[in-house]
Design a protein around this ligand. Structure first.
Ligand code: MIG
Length: 756
């Protein structure tokens, strides 16, 4: 049996007209399809293909995760009838379009950094059958032998395509998907999904980030491509087509952003400009946080927090998972087990913990449920094709999904949340299940629902993003002056403007330690800096060694939160005896000893766009397994296998030190073999760094208020520099915020401080 991949029927090829658009861009037309070219200041090119005239469905995505108000650089056109080339100039950037083939290339300073082969834009005008990866669908066709992992299944759709040859080297991106950090050679299906296995053959995960990053096509610098289409999107990076980057979305219009920079970090910076400044969580969010599915009563919450204190384990936050609710009705509390919720919140706060409550999107269908009826009266739910409330099955049983795509509904939700937070003053809101999860028919069925803005299949991947936006709005309305934590499972590029992200239901497996590193670094490259996994892993009971490595790793990832599934053993740091317990406590103490660095570096990254985490690239620009750069100055080497005795680590150019040891220098620009023990992870500091070190107290605010000292790691010339940020830790505008540049010169022990 031969399986063919569907070829599009329409290419954006022979260009029949082109003209300047009123807002400074250029509009081209080919076979009835418009392509609008714009140049965004500080970002790069935006190419929007509008297939309205040859497609049904939305003519323009009602909204996207990107910032829509960015300044446009005005474009000038240069047409050479002889060579049939159209050049569009904007600042130092130039885009060249071949008027007879639709081929496009992008260049800066005369050097081409991105190019297509023929027309990159194409569409299936007549509906095509989607070929699905058999390993990724529940219902497989094992009896049909296939020469390939694809079988035709399920549904017919229009599709639009964007395709170009992959330059050499690694392809990064697609944060949130499982599988290798280097995505080259794989195929992905971005269709947000609650799938807890996190294994490469079931890659559809909670978030859809249609972003890839690779070298420039001339082998210089780095290029990022954001295929901004929130409908289900297939991304093929050389699985079916060798050496190709291909995006295919099941709906009409696609906007593609192409950004280029000399440095990988510069690509991130451009994405931060495009997607917006990440939220600034309060300082306590940089400490250790404790969660479990679920602490079953306010007494259990009190017992856990008391134990953490009595064992002298620093911790900043305690999470209330779904069992605090009354029958899983959002915005309620269980009258028996959490009857004294008000007092419980007061007690944990007095003990120095910030309480965070889970809030799911599904509202229990129940005429006695106030939230349900209030939203029903406002006509606030997604509908089915007959215009009745679309119902899902989730924890509360039958539930209705608020139409978060609608601004009106987001405002209603935020006022309900405001009422809730006024009654029960939690310090943060945790949005789970917002892919949205549906135990009845999954995403295929949910995708048939209809929003006020149209059929949700056209923007399905924005549901979690929209819920996070509503939560963030609710938080701000409750506390205009105070930062809180909104933490979300589902998302789309731009979600970092509203919320922080956690990686969802991992397992206490060694494999998932690697996945946690790859996921956090992938997110960070795309400008979403604050993410992290469940530590030591949600499902399963870890071995002692695995738990040790998990806490040691978590201490170096932005979100450092312990969590555990209902049917597993206790996984709080105090649950481990002997050396395991000691090592875990030491890992947490190490986190707090660097908490000023966390706070300062995060503040700088969100402000400047410099990635908080980056891959470590060897001399051939290949990512070094399980290693990452943190704050631009620490090199953290994860240990993700049992009984590892030594780690091969590439130290980038320059002078390096082991963390905490300024006496011995290591030469960079080479591989080293570093012996490892269970005591700690190998962590190195780049020469030229001043680290602020803290003395761990019971939580972050107390640690930041206590005495600090500087550790000086000099570069080859004997100098070092650092950055120190401080404020009151929670205010949105804090007049006492201080930004200080630290420096020492050769031969001097004095750390100079300069306000910036
Ligand atoms: O289907 O609220 O990922 O962190 O503890 C399980 C219960 C629902 C999934 C989340 C997990 C959370 C759990 N939730």
């Amino acid at each position: 049996m031969s399986v063919s991949y569907p070829e599009p029927s329409l290419f954006f090829g022979i260009i029949s007209s082109f003209k300047n658009s009123p807002d400074g861009g250029v509009v081209l037309n080919s076979q009835g399809v418009d392509l609008e070219i714009e140049h965004l200041a500080g970002v790069g090119w935006s190419l929007e293909a509008r297939y309205d005239r040859c497609h049904t469905g939305v003519s323009r995505q009602p909204f996207t995760g990107a910032q829509t108000t960015l300044a446009r650089t005005s474009c000038s056109i240069e047409h050479d009838p002889h060579s049939k080339l159209l050049m569009v100039h904007a600042g130092g950037d130039a885009l060249t379009i071949h008027l007879e083939t639709g081929a496009i290339s992008a260049a800066r300073g005369g050097r081409v950094y991105w190019r297509s082969e023929g027309s990159p834009f194409a569409a299936h005008v007549a509906p095509v059958k989607i070929l699905e990866d058999i390993q990724s669908i529940e219902q497989t066709h094992w009896d049909e032998p296939t020469p390939y992992r694809l079988v035709p299944t399920h549904f017919e759709t229009h599709m639009t395509r964007f395709r170009y040859p992959a330059p050499r080297g690694a392809i990064f991106g697609l944060p949130g998907q499982c599988g290798e950090f280097n995505r080259r050679g794989y195929r992905y299906d971005l269709f947000n999904n609650d799938q807890p296995w996190h294994i490469p053959s079931r890659p559809q995960m909670y978030q859809a980030w249609p972003i890839v990053i690779h070298e420039g096509s001339n082998g210089e610098g780095w290029v990022g491509v954001f295929h901004d289409n929130p409908a289900r999107t297939f991304v093929d990076l050389g699985d079916f087509y060798r050496d190709t980057v291909l995006f295919e979305s099941i709906t009409n219009n696609t906007r593609v952003y192409i950004v280029a920079d000399e440095n990988l970090g510069g690509v991130t910076q451009r994405f931060v400009t495009l997607l917006g400044t990440p939220v600034f969580p309060p300082s306590w969010a940089f400490g250790y946080q404790q969660c479990r599915y679920s602490y079953m009563s306010s007494d259990e919450i009190r017992a856990v927090t008391a134990r953490l204190r009595s064992e002298k384990i620093p911790c900043d936050s305690i999470y209330f998972d779904i069992d605090y609710m009354d029958g899983y009705r959002v915005f309620t509390r269980n009258p028996e087990t959490f009857g004294d919720l008000t007092e419980c919140l007061r007690d944990v706060k007095e003990n120095g913990f910030e309480p965070v409550c889970i809030i799911d999107p599904g509202v229990k269908v129940d005429p006695k449920n106030e939230t349900y009826t209030a939203l029903l009266k406002k006509d606030a739910y997604l509908k089915d094709s007959e215009n009745n409330t679309f119902e899902i099955l989730c924890w509360p049983g039958k539930a209705a999904l608020p139409d978060f795509f609608s601004e009106r509904v987001r405002a209603q939700w935020s006022s309900i949340q405001k009422q809730w937070l006024k009654t029960y003053p939690f310090s943060g809101v945790w949005n789970d299940m917002n892919e949205p999860s549906n135990f009845d028919g999954g995403r295929e069925k949910t995708a048939t629902a209809v929003s006020e803005l149209g059929p949700i299949r056209d923007f399905y991947n924005l549901y979690g993003y929209s819920m996070a936006a509503a939560s963030a709005q609710g938080w701000t309305e409750t506390h205009p002056e105070k930062r809180g934590v909104i933490i979300t499972r589902s998302g789309y590029p731009g979600v970092q403007r509203h919320a922080v992200v956690w990686h969802g239901d991992n397992s206490a497996w060694w494999e998932h330690l690697r996945l946690a590193i790859d996921t956090a670094v992938s997110y960070a490259l795309c400008g979403c800096f604050y993410t992290g996994p469940d530590i030591p892993g949600f499902f399963n009971n870890p071995s002692d060694d695995m738990a040790t490595r998990a806490f040691q790793l978590g201490a170096f990832l932005p979100l450092f939160r312990g969590h555990a599934y209902k049917l597993t053993s206790s996984k709080e740091p105090y649950a481990y005896p002997g050396d395991t317990g000691r090592r875990i406590k030491e890992a947490i103490a190490l986190r707090y000893s660097l908490v000023r660095e966390w706070y300062s570096s995060y503040e700088r990254s969100r402000r400047t766009g410099a990635p908080l985490l980056e891959p470590v690239l060897d001399g051939d620009k290949n990512p070094v397994r399980d290693c990452f750069m943190l704050f631009g100055k620490l090199l953290v080497a994860g240990v993700t296998t049992r009984d590892e005795r030594a780690r091969a680590i590439w130290l980038p150019e320059g002078v390096w030190y082991r963390l905490g040891d300024t006496s011995e220098t290591l030469q960079g620009g080479q591989w080293i073999l570093e012996p490892v023990t269970l005591e700690h992870l190998p962590v190195f500091v780049r020469g030229g760094t001043i680290l602020t070190r803290n003395t761990p107290q019971k939580n972050t605010p107390e640690t930041l208020a206590a005495e600090e000292h500087f550790e000086i790691y000099r570069d080859a010339s004997g100098a070092a520099a650092g950055y120190w940020y401080g404020d009151d830790g929670v205010s949105t505008t804090d007049s006492r915020a201080q930004r200080i540049a630290l420096s020492v010169t050769r031969g001097s022990e004095v750390v100079e401080k300069r306000s910036i």
